[in-house]
Design a protein around this ligand. Structure first.
Ligand SMILES: O=C(O)CCC(=O)C(=O)O
Ligand SMILES: [Fe+2]
Length: 262
C-alpha cells in the first residue's frame, strides 16, 4: 500500500519516504521555514500527471453520484466563536463531494490514509498531527465551475492539505490574510479591509496549478477562493488534520457544505 502510494507522487523531487537523508532534511528545513514565514507551502509537481488524471476522473463521477451543490452565505468563523455570525454578505456557490462519497479507488483516499504524508506534515508544522475524525469533512473533493467561488472563512481544522488536480481557465485563486484571526475577531475594520482587498492589508495569492500540494494553516489565516471563470472546472481535494486526535467539524458546517449532518 505504502510503496504503491509513493508512486502517486514525484518522490525523486519530494522524498517523503526518506526524510532522514541529507536531501530529505534539506527539503523539510526549507518547507518548515517557508511555512512559518508564509503560513503555507506549495509543492509544485508533487502529484504525478497520472495521479491528477485519476483524481479528476473520480471527482467527476463522484460528483454525479454524491456531490452536494451549495448555494448561500456563511459565517466566516463557521460558528466556532461564541456569539459571532460574521458574514461578508456574499452568496456563493460550489459543489463538494464529502468523504463518505469519495470513491475508494480515488488517489485522494490513498494519500489521506498515507502515514508518510502525516509524518511530513508533522515535521513541517513542528508537532504531531492527526487525521480528522469527521465522517463527511475529513477529506473533501471540490468541483468549481464557471462563476463558483468560496467566500472568506477560517477553517475549523488547524491544517489543510490541498491537492490541486485541475486548474480553471482563470480565477480560482486562493487568497489569504496571513495570521489574521485575532485581528478579525477584535476589529471589524480589519475584517472590512481584508474583504475589500485594501492595499493597506496586503493579501497573499496562490493560483491553482495541477499537481501542486499546498499545506496551510487555514484556521488562523482568513482565506477565500476567487470566482472560477471558463469552461474548465477547478478540481481540488482538501485533506484535514489537527494537533489533537478525534477532532470533527460542527453541525453548522456539515449541514452547510454537505446538506446533512451524518
Ligand atoms: O479550494 C481551495 O483551494 C481551498 C478550499 C478551502 O478553503 C476549504 O475547503 O476550506
Ligand atoms: Fe478553507
Amino acid at each position: 500500500m505504502t510503496a504503491r502510494t509513493l508512486e502517486l507522487i514525484d518522490h525523486g523531487r519530494y522524498p517523503l519516504h526518506d526524510l532522514a537523508s541529507d536531501a530529505g532534511r534539506r527539503f523539510v528545513d526549507d518547507a518548515r521555514l517557508t511555512f512559518s514565514r508564509e503560513g503555507l507551502i506549495a509543492l509544485e509537481g508533487f502529484l504525478r500527471p497520472g495521479t491528477t488524471r485519476r483524481i479528476v476522473h473520480h471527482a467527476l463521477s463522484d460528483e454525479r453520484q454524491g456531490g452536494h451543490r451549495f448555494s448561500g452565505t456563511s459565517d466566516v468563523f463557521f460558528h466556532t466563536e461564541a456569539g459571532e455570525d460574521r458574514q461578508t454578505g456574499l452568496a456563493y456557490t460550489k459543489t463538494d463531494v464529502p468523504y463518505d462519497r469519495i470513491s475508494p479507488l480515488s488517489p485522494v483516499r490513498a494519500l489521506y490514509q498515507w502515514d508518510l504524508l502525516l509524518d511530513f506534515i508533522t515535521a513541517v508544522v513542528g508537532g504531531p498531527v492527526h487525521r480528522s475524525a469527521d465522517p463527511l469533512g475529513a477529506a473533501v473533493v471540490q468541483i468549481q465551475r464557471d462563476g463558483d467561488q468560496q467566500d472568506w472563512h477560517f477553517d475549523i481544522s488547524e491544517y489543510s492539505v490541498l491537492l490541486h488536480a485541475r486548474a480553471p481557465e482563470s480565477g480560482g485563486v486562493l487568497q489569504y490574510a496571513l495570521r489574521s484571526r485575532d485581528r478579525v475577531r477584535r476589529d471589524p475594520d480589519a475584517f472590512r479591509r481584508i474583504t475589500a482587498e485594501d492595499p493597506a492589508a496586503p493579501l497573499r495569492h496562490l493560483p491553482t496549478a495541477s499537481g501542486t500540494l499546498v499545506l496551510h494553516a487555514g484556521s488562523v489565516s482568513m482565506h477565500r477562493v476567487t470566482p472560477v471563470r471558463g469552461r474548465t472546472p477547478r478540481i481540488n481535494a482538501t485533506l484535514t488534520f489537527n494537533s489533537k486526535p478525534g477532532q470533527t467539524l460542527n453541525e453548522y458546517t456539515r449541514r452547510l457544505h454537505f446538506g446533512r449532518d451524518h
